[in-house]
Ligand binder design. Structure first.
Ligand code: NAD
Ligand code: UDX
Length: 458
């Protein structure tokens, strides 16, 4: 017999790993993860999990079938649960008011109605998805305007995990944030959520707040992180003009304890399903409250990100004698960052599209993200191939572009790769991860972000 049943609606990048870690640390709780996507659930039930995340298999395989279960039967599991985490997607709206900026809350609202329909007793509903500030108020109104006489408490418990590092972030988070209203009922509910995390997280790291602060903090955390990336990327452009070196600048400023060293790596811009969506949402919310200057300030973070990607493509084309038409270019990396197979909003997508618009022929290799490439680039079918071997990817190419910071890209035999490429051979290291001096000595013309190029071409 389990002490309580926790349900998570949404078995994605957040729902799956988060619930697996809760199940691992709370064996007396039954943890069920449901999704409307039967393929995803079948994968969670199999040996081939739907997402790649270091350490995830071990955590899932330890608890699955013991106190961790995956199912498509959303209705039945709502009925039998005590606490419901909602971790469905909240993408940017593509239609109507706020299109391209506001969060699309249709999946969330449908879930709230489904919870209401299938509940015969009150439950704790926890916002795990990232949501606009004050969403909980709307959700409570939907859930509590029922004729069954049952009461729901809606709490906010945003997730701060970063993909590729999810298990570590869940095992040892910087903080757990739980927001609740100041009613007796909500405070009791809050205690139940604190009790779950207290199984493995020290109390001083469990932060409680009001619901609105919690909802807003999630958007603000992502906005601040993305802002650092955009800030350092603007400086990389300035470094290229002045012969300053972005790595030296990052190091020098990062040693100031008030600034800190993280999120100061210049590159081809940030990707991922969260940063752009959440900043645009933050800007939209500010604008809705009449705070135009606030809105414009944050929108600039996204504008600089696009600028950095376009700037990178311009450098590629201009360095290759102003034309890449019919030239083979090898793209190393397609995921939005290392250690994930996720390609959502990956900078590689826009870089690949821009180069194919210039009529380049792309050969693409990614250790984990091959599956997404063809659909992300479907309108360019015939202009690119997806490879399984990096050496084959680069064979006969005029240039290699590093679009993702996969560690293994550093270990390839670049002498061998160079021999098999067209000459002059170029490397554009969009992540500044390779040994540039060595590549230059091999014979490559090396272009990097925020540092002068190493060129044999004068
Ligand atoms: P995802 O797209 O990987 O997963 C969401 C899942 O919800 C999908 O599998 C979808 O089928 C399912 N779903 C949608 N409607 C449903 C319904 N009515 N019933 C059952 N299942 C339903 O998304 P994700 O990356 O896991 O993100 C989920 C939320 O968490 C988003 O709000 C996101 O902003 C936030 N978040 C994501 C990350 C991240 O790194 N991916 C980190 C922190 C927060
Ligand atoms: C982010 C937040 O970090 C996480 O807290 C939140 O829960 C979800 O959004 P994620 O998008 O998974 O996580 O990865 P993150 O490590 O933040 O990287 C985002 C993007 O920024 C990647 O494309 C990454 O390559 C890029 N980045 C990051 C840089 O270009 N430079 C940096 O210094 C750091």
């Amino acid at each position: 017999m389990f002490k309580k049943t926790i349900l998570c609606i949404g078995a994605g990048y957040v729902g799956g790993p988060t619930m697996a870690v809760i199940a691992k640390h709370c064996p007396e709780y039954k943890v069920v993860v449901v999704d409307i996507n039967p393929k995803r659930i079948a994968q969670w039930q199999s040996e081939n999990l739907p997402i790649y995340e270091p350490g995830l298999e071990e955590v899932v395989f330890t608890s699955r079938g013991r106190n961790l279960f995956f199912s498509t039967d959303v209705d039945a599991h709502i009925a039998s649960s005590d606490i419901i985490f909602v971790s469905v997607n909240t993408p940017t709206k593509t239609f109507g008011q706020g299109a391209g900026r506001a969060a699309d809350l249709q999946y969330w609202e449908k879930t709230a109605r489904q919870i209401l329909k299938n509940s015969s007793n009150g439950k704790i509903v926890v916002e795990k998805s990232t949501l606009p500030v004050r969403t909980a108020a709307a959700m409570e109104r939907i859930l509590n305007s029922n004729e069954k006489g049952i009461h729901f408490d809606v709490l906010s418990n945003p997730e701060f995990l970063a993909e590729g590092n999810a298990i570590q972030d869940l095992e040892n988070p910087d903080r757990i944030l739980i927001g609740a209203r100041h009613t007796d009922s909500a405070q009791k509910a809050l205690q139940q959520i604190v009790d779950i995390y207290a199984h493995w997280i020290p109390m001083e790291k469990i932060v409680t707040s009001n619901v609105w602060s919690s909802e807003l903090s999630k958007l603000v955390a992502n906005a601040f992180l993305a802002q650092r990336v955009s800030s350092i990327n603007t400086i990389s452009a300035l470094c290229e003009k002045t012969n300053a070196d972005i790595e030296e600048v990052s190091r020098a400023i990062g040693m100031d304890s008030r600034i800190g060293s993280k999120f100061l790596t210049a590159g081809v811009g940030f990707g991922g399903s969260c940063f752009k969506k959440d900043i645009l949402n933050l800007a939209y919310i500010a604008e809705c409250y009449g705070l135009t200057e606030v809105s414009k300030y944050w929108e600039q973070v996204v504008a600089i990100n696009s600028y950095q990607q376009q700037r990178f493509v311009r450098i590629v084309v201009s360095s290759m004698f102003n034309t890449v038409a019919d030239k083979k270019i090898a793209l190393f990396g397609f995921a939005f960052k290392a250690d994930t197979g996720d390609t959502r909003e990956s900078p590689a997508i826009d870089i690949a599209k821009a180069l194919m618009e210039e009529r380049a022929i792309l050969s693409i290799y990614d250790p984990k993200a091959s599956d997404g490439i063809s659909s992300d680039l479907q309108q360019f079918r015939g202009r690119f191939t997806v490879e399984e071997d990096p050496y084959k990817t680069a064979r006969g190419a005029h240039a290699i572009i590093i679009a993702t910071d996969w560690k293994q890209f550093k270990d390839y035999q670049y002498e061998k790769i160079f021999e098999e490429m067209e000459k002059p051979a170029f490397i554009f290291d969009g992540r500044n991860i390779l040994d540039h001096k060595k590549l230059y000595e091999i014979g490559f013309n090396v272009h990097r972000i925020g540092r002068p190029p190493l060129s044999h071409l004068g």
